[in-house]
Design a protein. Structure first.
Lengths: 462, 462
């Protein structure tokens, strides 16, 4: 393993963090970075660097990192681009292990001076084996270490989880983070790669494969220079942890935008997609599906086959789910004779009793619903269960007894649900069921079905 | 206009409502219907009918409608199917104007007795010109009249609005209603057609075209017998009010399920889609897009051409939006020279300054962002604006000044946004902007872009 990769561990797990450009002035990014570290309750040493202040946010500050006597593992840099080479020379001298370079104005700018600065800076850190996240990034967050090394303190409000997001866009990282807060999803790390001075997708994937906090790797990609590196890294690590990628820049305009934004052409979309498939990377088409799929991957086992049971409190939502499952290549085949007999005992002849099952006529018989779910779970023809229930005060009782059945099952086969009630009626119960590995819940039957379909697609390419 | 259509007005705007099967017993639907009417604050007369009680929920009850001396406009029926023909004979005698028949067990059941009962019941009401919503329905809600004629009291929590939902599935109606509560969307009416004794989609569309509370008509369709009637009604009313349809039963399984659920085959999906296009009905593929599109239709003018300006606080989300817009056939063309000059003055050369515009470098200059938005609004090349901003505490100020610019504009061209912040930071402000016709907001850039694309698709088929 090269020096950069060894230092990466300390970059994400530092004992001490210097903020070069720390400030008490709210209009400076150095203020917000300090707020992220302190509000996020980083347990290690925080060292503000500012030549004009003795303290920042009440913490002893130093004119430069040279003036601080202890060790510095991570340096977060928010000073203007032209100062960065000298800062990094000091970092090398000081023995800094890694850096988050928030500053913009490198190869993404029109002026060739940006590209020169990029190369000059890269040479300094590469010589010393210092991994740099950035430049032109919002930062990174390691939730399990309470390390919020970004200019957005609110990232610390995220739940700790096992999904890592590696993103080329700060906007998309914020979008996904804020959406996840509403979906009860947790992250291990969120990493804004920015313009990738020496850490690109390939090295991040290599690192994350041995990161025990991360189970699922999600990528947001615009344009990348080193496609081969990404593909090789994914191939080499194939099947170890799921990698899910959302790549924009499909159209004419997006491709041009990528050039300006990240200094890399987006490239031909179809080529990416097929290369990703072959490397076992699951391609996804939008931010919502990226999160939905990561949520399922992080909580469910993979289905062992394509046959799904659709169990629903109402027929309509089951039809929406079946349409989507079928169009994505999954099967809604017959139950075994034993399961079907059981269901026929439990439901009157007027119901949809074959797969999909309309459990509506058993609304007021929580035991019957439990028995149907159990029969489907144990049916050898069935590889996963979609469970759909829309309910309000008239039918809330049906769900109470099902809780235990779902918790006991512990996702032995994937159980993906859309349990929906008016806001605040059952929100806490759903959270509890998710935290107890009973269900993975989605706001619509189609999103639940798409999450299941993506689990199966991953099985086919991994 | 036939008698049924004349009575439809009183069905939706009754002065008095009888609940035939009203009950104080929580395990009965007649309890929940009574709760819907009373909690929903229906201002007219409520008449519980129950031969075993003198009062229901403290309201004087009668053994049968014959025993009530006043007029009854609407009769909600929750008694078992076999009693329905006699009940309806009494309704005819009493001069009831319309009915909501919640009871199931008609043509959707396997036993031929259900189909016979269906015909027998239809003959009774058709002879008297009484329109019936149902059977096998959760009911209907006319929010503008505080009339919740359903077994789900929570529908009364919905905002009043100008979108009407006509649905063949109670499950989907509940799903869309509960989702809308979270999206700050309002409805005029939600109508569960059920198994359509004598009121099918065609008659509902005819009625809603002259319903001044309804601006946008959304349909959820499984299988219908009278496709020709629906198409003819949409054609006849073409261009008057947008009609948006979500049709399930695409796949093999869904089609079979439709037969069992609604007694009608779903039929070949492609034929529906092309017939809908030709009748000016916009086809939609899932529940989320149905709501998103209705929300845009209800609040925005239609774009006069396909060229969209994408103005974004960050490049990544603008790329996601551009990809979707381009793949749906919209254009992200150049601004006029005048607009581009203006933007060049306001943004540094390092930014994405042509369409899409990355306003990131002007984050801390709210005036500059306002000027960019105004220039795009007034650009004659531009037919609509997508506005994207992900923000947290570090950049909340940028948005404050934009508020007024957006409110003043009043959607003269459509302005569709994804303004997203951590939960609770800007929720109230977004609600206020939506209520002031300043924006229509979505949770992701792709959903915002898809809503815009659907406005344009409707222009092409209407």
């Amino acid at each position: 393993m090269d020096h950069v990769m060894i230092n990466m561990r300390l970059l994400f797990n530092p004992g001490s963090v210097a903020v070069i450009g720390a400030s008490d002035n709210m209009s400076k990014l150095g203020f917000h970075v300090m707020k992220s570290l302190t509000n996020g309750k980083f347990p290690g040493k925080i060292i503000p660097i500012n030549p004009g202040s003795n303290t920042v946010m009440g913490i002893d500050a130093y004119p430069s990192i040279k003036d601080y006597k202890g060790e510095i593992d991570l340096a977060i840099v928010v000073l203007p681009a032209k100062l960065v080479p000298d800062i990094f020379k000091e970092c090398v001298d000081k023995g800094v292990k890694g850096s988050v370079l928030i500053t913009a104005g490198f190869k993404e700018i029109d002026d060739p001076s940006g590209a020169h600065l990029h190369i000059e800076t890269a040479n300094i850190v590469n010589g010393a084996g210092i991994p740099v996240i950035g430049p032109n990034t919002f930062g990174m967050i390691n939730l399990n270490k309470n390390l919020n090394a970004s200019f957005t303190p609110e990232f610390s409000n995220l739940r700790k989880g096992n999904i890592c997001l590696v993103s080329q866009s700060g906007g998309i990282s914020h979008l996904l983070g804020f959406m996840a807060m509403g979906l009860n999803m947790g992250f291990s790390k969120i990493i804004g790669l920015g313009n990738r001075l020496n850490i690109d997708f390939d090295r991040m994937i290599d690192y994350l494969m041995s990161d025990s906090d991360t189970k699922v790797i999600t990528l947001y990609i615009e344009g990348i220079d080193n496609v081969r590196g990404l593909i090789d890294s994914a191939r080499k690590n194939r099947g170890r942890k799921p990698i899910i990628a959302y790549k924009t820049g499909k159209g004419k305009v997006g491709n041009q935008a990528s050039m300006s934004h990240t200094g890399s052409m987006a490239g031909r979309h179809e080529l990416y997609r097929s290369a990703f498939d072959q490397a076992g990377i699951l391609s996804i088409d939008n931010t919502e599906t990226l999160l939905d799929t990561a949520k399922a991957m992080s909580a469910c086992p993979l289905p062992e086959g394509p046959c799904i049971a659709v169990l629903s409190g109402q027929a309509g939502p089951s039809m929406a789910a079946c349409d989507l499952l079928e169009s994505e290549g999954l099967k809604i085949d017959s139950f075994t004779g034993k399961t079907q007999e059981k269901i026929n005992e439990l439901l009157p002849p007027l119901a949809l009793r074959t797969n999909p099952v309309d459990m509506g006529p058993a609304w007021y018989d929580s035991d019957a619903i439990q028995e149907i779910i159990k029969a489907a779970m144990n049916d050898e023809n069935i590889n996963g269960i979609i469970f759909l229930m829309m309910f309000a005060s008239a039918n809330v009782d049906a769900l109470k007894g099902i809780r235990e059945t779902l918790i006991k099952w512990q996702q032995k086969k994937p159980v993906i649900s859309c349990i929906l009630s008016p806001p605040a009626i059952w929100d806490e119960e759903i959270k509890e069921l998710e935290e107890n590995r009973a269900i993975v819940n989605y706001p619509t039957p189609e999103r639940a079905a798409m999450a299941m379909a993506n689990l199966w697609k991953y099985v086919l390419i991994k």
